[in-house]
Design a protein around this ligand. Structure first.
Ligand SMILES: Cc1ncc(COP(=O)(O)O)c(C=O)c1O
Length: 304
């Protein structure tokens, strides 16, 4: 990964190399941390962070689900995030706030461990640009998405992501770019780190929140943009075969942005190229995140 100069750690800006933790950190052993993923983009007014308050809201909601008390206010963490991007002099970057139970006790109960918070940012490219243009090849995972009677998919907790890692490893081992999860009821849920959409007969469809998904902030953005463009939209249970016969399909996420899907389990989606609705939404999304949409300028928090 590419480094930046500073990381915010429990109230202080420390040098990248000095942002260290003890090996008996509770969250390292049990995945008991919670985190967020955000991005800052270059805009005509300098770098700006996309939907910062919404990401911080979800950060605190993830903590609430896990009964973790974050020892800072949302405002303090938002302020620290803005200062951090500024100090690192990055025009564009990925931002990773993390709250974790530190060193103190290795029993399962984290109550004797301090809650620590760190925020890092760094230059970032998730999928290679060729895939963004041409689309990814996906495999329906043999692993099901976690379900709320086991682990809450709506919380962005570190432990949830071992499920995602298993699916991603399997997809890569089978020669695919990315996995797609079904839920335990056999309907499409999401990707390991992305929400999923399909297009059929000019309408947009995505698994509903009952499908066991993270309420993606990019997902919400795309639903809003589709609404503005007059694209009919449906949130519902989607069986896997609908992906095989869809006209278009794509992932959404902070890291993936709007990523076309060109193949699922050996079936070519549409004509195997990003379709017109995917491309239109990619373009609208790009305008919003680069501060070119007046309507959504409130979604951008300027850094300077
Ligand atoms: C499991 C999962 N689903 C969906 C998403 C997309 O969410 P967002 O658009 O808020 O990044 C992510 C990424 O955070 C994720 O990890």
């Amino acid at each position: 990964m590419k480094k930046a100069d500073f990381i915010w750690m429990s109230g202080k800006f420390v040098k990248w190399e000095d942002a260290k933790i003890h090996v008996l950190n509770h969250s390292l052993h049990y995945g008991s941390g919670i985190f967020e993923g955000l991005r800052a983009y270059e805009t005509p007014k300098g770098p700006a962070i996309f939907r910062l308050p919404d990401h911080m809201k979800r950060f605190f909601e993830s903590a609430k689900i896990y009964m973790m008390k974050i020892p800072y206010s949302k405002e303090t963490l938002m302020d620290a995030t803005i200062k951090l991007v500024k100090m690192n002099k990055l025009e564009q970057c990925y931002i990773r706030p993390l709250a974790y139970y530190g060193y103190g006790d290795l029993r399962l109960s984290p109550k004797n461990c301090p809650v620590e918070v760190a925020i890092a940012c760094y230059p970032f490219e998730y999928f290679n640009p060729k895939l963004v243009k041409e689309g990814v090849r996906c495999k329906i995972s043999s692993w099901c998405r976690i379900t709320s009677i086991v682990l809450p998919p709506e919380a962005k907790s570190s432990g949830n992501y071992v499920n995602s890692i298993l699916a991603n490893l399997e997809a890569k081992a089978c020669g695919y770019d990315e996995a797609i999860f079904e839920n335990t009821n056999g309907y499409i849920a999401e990707g390991p780190g992305e929400n999923i959409f399909l297009v059929r007969d000019g309408a947009l469809h995505t698994p509903s929140t009952e499908s066991g998904i993270l309420r993606g902030i990019t997902r919400h953005t795309i639903i809003q943009l589709a609404h503005d463009l007059g694209i009919p939209f449906h949130e519902r249970a989607i069986p896997r075969e609908e992906l095989f016969t869809a006209d278009e399909a794509f992932f959404t996420g902070t890291a993936a942005e709007v990523m076309p899907i060109r193949e699922v389990d050996g079936r070519i989606v549409g004509d195997g190229r990003p379709g017109p609705i995917t491309k239109r939404l990619q373009q609208e999304f790009s305008e919003v995140i680069h501060g070119k949409s007046r309507k959504y300028s409130d979604w951008m928090t300027p850094v300077k």
